[in-house]
Design a binder for this molecule. Structure first.
Ligand SMILES: Nc1ncnc2c1ncn2[C@@H]1O[C@H](COP(=O)(O)OP(=O)(O)OP(=O)(O)O)[C@@H](O)[C@H]1O
Ligand SMILES: [Mg+2]
Length: 281
């Protein structure tokens, strides 16, 4: 397999859209935590959907070979001819690969497939192997306001590519005893990427997920995270809510599945808080 991208430096502030209006370039946000099952994908899907509901044009890039963000947004992976892996092989495939999310307007998906695992091995010896995703996403910045990249639970090349492409990173943390374990390693990796490949990378925010109000430990974890990361921690916390775990099997974000659920209300609040933070940055 031949990886044939040339790395270009295209960081335009404004893009001209097809309708002639100019639009700020999309901000690329990676959702990363090498710890598994902390709410990366749930947050990618539902924050993206909330922002779409609030009128923003959003793209979700499913950079986890598990493909949960794709299926959770109603994309049937079995029917796909192309997915992110093909875009890594040839970036001209990107436009043809993007799909509309099944149940929600203003929301597109760059879907994935288990084949994406191959990238970790096949890119090993490629030049500038950490910049491939940036090369794919940079030309799309004029079409969206926000591009979210869902990362796998590892700090391998797929996550490094996401962090190298991103303007900022959201770190979901499950409110449990081991939540902080591994966080310092993640922060070190973010610093390393910032230093080596992407000096503009910032921490967008830390998000407390699966918050259980009946559990004292949850409050202790939240306090510890806030003491350490201060205003970087979102005021919105995501409660443990069964609707959030049910909706992916219907291919719907929670705002479509049950908009009155505590999960839907929390992710809508997160969407508003997220937008407010952009103005202040
Ligand atoms: N707030 C919540 N309430 C209840 N269930 C949740 C909540 N957030 C996530 N879940 C469920 O917990 C599991 C893990 O969540 P999710 O897939 O979002 O984590 P992840 O960090 O993307 O996992 P992985 O590391 O495997 O990619 C899923 O089954 C999801 O439906
Ligand atoms: Mg996931």
């Amino acid at each position: 397999m031949v990886f044939k991208h040339r790395i270009t430096k295209t960081h335009h502030k404004l893009h001209r859209r097809r309708d002639g209006k100019t639009m700020n370039k999309a901000k690329i946000i990676a959702l990363a935590n090498q710890k598994g099952g902390v709410g990366k994908t749930t947050t990618t899907i539902n924050l993206a959907a909330s922002l779409s509901k609030l009128g923003k044009k959003v793209l979700v890039v499913d950079s986890d070979p598990q493909g949960n963000a794709s299926s959770g947004l109603g994309i049937c992976i079995k029917d796909m001819e192309r997915h992110l892996y093909h875009c890594y092989l040839d970036k001209k495939q990107v436009a043809k690969t993007i799909r509309q999310a099944a149940h929600i307007e203003n929301l597109d998906v760059l879907p994935t497939h288990v084949d994406l695992i191959g990238v970790e091995v096949e890119l090993m010896s490629a030049m500038k192997r950490e910049k491939y995703l940036l090369e794919l996403l940079d030309p799309l910045r004029g079409n969206y306001e926000f591009i979210f990249v869902d990362c796998p639970p590892s700090l391998g090349l797929l996550t490094i590519n996401a962090l190298s492409a991103a303007d900022s990173v959201i770190i979901p943390l499950q409110c449990e005893y081991f939540a902080l374990e591994g966080l310092s390693q993640l922060i070190r990796t973010i610093r390393l990427v910032k230093h080596s490949y992407n000096r503009n990378l910032k921490i967008e925010g830390l998000l407390l997920t699966m918050f259980d109000r009946r559990n004292k430990l949850t409050y202790q974890v939240a306090k510890e995270v806030k003491n350490h990361f201060k205003e970087k921690v979102y005021n919105t916390v995501i409660p443990r809510n069964v609707r959030l775990s049910e909706c992916p099997s219907y291919g719907k974000p929670v705002v479509e599945y049950d908009k009155r659920s505590s999960g839907a209300l929390a992710y809508m609040n997160l969407g508003r808080e997220f937008i407010k933070k952009q103005v202040n940055q």
